[in-house]
Write a protein that binds this ligand. Sequence first.
Ligand code: 6R9
Length: 686
Amino acid sequence: MADVENGEADLLYFPPVEIQNEAHVQSMDQYREMYKKSVEDPAGFWGEIAKQYHWESPQTGQFLSYNFDYTKGPISIKWLEGAKTNICYNAVDRHVENGQGDKIAFYWEGNDPDDHGKITYRELRAKVCKFANVLRNLGVQKGDRVAIYMPMILEISVAMLACARIGAIHSIVFGGFSSESLADRIQDAKCRLLLTADGVWRGSKLLNLKEISDEAIAKCRQHGHEVEKCVVVRHLSPFEEQVVEGDGDSVEEPPAKRPARQLRIRWHHDYDLWWHELMEKASDECDIVWMDAEDPLFMLYTSGSTGKPKGVLHTVGGYMIYSSTTFKYVFDYHPDDIYWCTADVGWITGHTYVTYGPLINGATGIIFEGTPFYPDAGRFWATVEKYKVTKFYTAPTAIRAIMRYGDEFVTKYDRSSLKVLGTVGEPINPEAWLWYYNVVGNKQCAIVDTFWQTETGGHVLTPLPGATPTKPGSATFPFFGIVPHILSEDGKEIKDEGEGYLVFSQPWPGMMRTVYGNHERFETTYFKKFPGFYTTGDGARRDKDGYIWVTGRIDDMVNVSGHLLSTAEIESALVEHKAVTEAAVVSHPHSIKGECTYCFVTLREGYEFTEDLEIELKRMVRTKIGPFAEPDFIQNAPGLPKTRSGKIMRRILRKVAVGNRDIGDASTLADESVVDLLFDLRPDNV
Ligand code: 6R9
């Protein structure tokens, strides 16, 4: 067991010699030299890297033009404007043309360990071409948005690449979101096409994605937005289908592979189409649409502090260069690697480090449908042994959850293939870091704690496996091209040791370009707090050795198991319940999830706070947002601590949530007695 208290966490962990000797970057001196060039001459540095990819025609405008200071005009970021390329061509065709067609692009590992598959680059090219033709036949054109609501199956990457091939903008919605969240995102992006699957097993839970999709389509219709077609992958019912006539629609009740796993889905002849039927008829050759480097590639929604999610927009050229370069250096990629990122493609980590980054490098990756606990808590390491995984990337919340089951689930599997172990999504506590290092990595692996965001497109603070001495819990230093600063509340730079707001002063190729359909929101959210800087929304501390430690969100955002949720979004779900007049949600520490949500609800006259109501309220949040957003704690709050101007003092609610009566200065409160009452009503089970 890691001995955090005895100072193990304060030690420096140096790169293992074998990793260092074959690494792309082998020392801090080499890192510093490359870093210096990347920030002093971004056009030279990235221009050199850009030569590795195929460009159909050279850039015509400037290599880089930008404005980070809204007082001087609109915020804009442009890399390689005028250059024509296609990310699908670079991720797939290029490798086939270079003689790598027989290399495995992905292994697919199903929820059930007996379910697996694989696809070579050549086969992937054929599938992508077919589906790109399907999209074209359905009338999808360059610039159209396509919604994707799919599980972790090969088709999700095929769908992304097919969109990219013809210049359609994909908008993936994570399979754990509710029909309401899906409908909101479809409408915001004005998608006319939805791609989904019948359903998926996650551990021992069955998710009927088609039913959720149907509900979302119906909700869109109620709001006057028409989803014209829904393409459904037959995933749980791979064999002969049976059609049972229903009332009006027909109900498909196909025999499942395993009898216990039958899934009934409703079939709507006006909009539903089977993926496999469309694919059968489509040609496996499809022309590439050459895109401007600054054309949109995809949008991905992330929580906004006002409650309404933001469609983060990424563009083709910069994202291509950045996703692949961070992949190459941060995982120290070599052609014989077997790389596994456990993230769902529905999140940015899956976009950049399951699909695009690895494929652009020609890597062999794994798409994993299951969970870390099915069939048991050894699943990750059984899978590492099965495929001889060399580079592994997961979230601290998964590490903490697995740790609880004891070391044996890890040590009984052969992990000697592992070289680099990555984490992402939230700060990793030193204890989990040390367990990952000592037990999983057997002290033979480099740990890379990678800090980044949906908005940054790829890693921005991270160690490099062959170069950076690491400290448990620190994301260490900036990646190439990233210029971090720590600012105080009044915008003063904290140069040496100290803590404040984490911001960046220069653009990098993979950063977001705008919020889809709302450039003003982009400017306000990220650029108005400190003119001239991109604000991450996170706090950070620099220690005496210059290491950066990300301390967590400083806006009204909660990071539950690595998923960012806005407290405002949960509050608005709660007040939709007829019993609730007001709600205030704060973050509460959680030993596995990192953080969880603690909700205060003020009830309407005539309603009583009961266990049933608590269950109903939790369900309300599940259905409005998604199962992963379900609150852990709900507390009755006859009143909320407010300032005289009516602002809820969340700082005080956070103290109530953890039962800490040391609430500090409460003099600005309109009514101080409310605080004592809240402490008295605090449930015992917290
Ligand atoms: C990639 C991703 C972004 C937020 C980010 C921060 C937190 C991510 C972290 C980390 C500390 C790390 N975060 N990685 N905090 N150390 N290594 O997770 O994107 O879903 O947009 O979340 O996650 O708070 O601002 P996204």
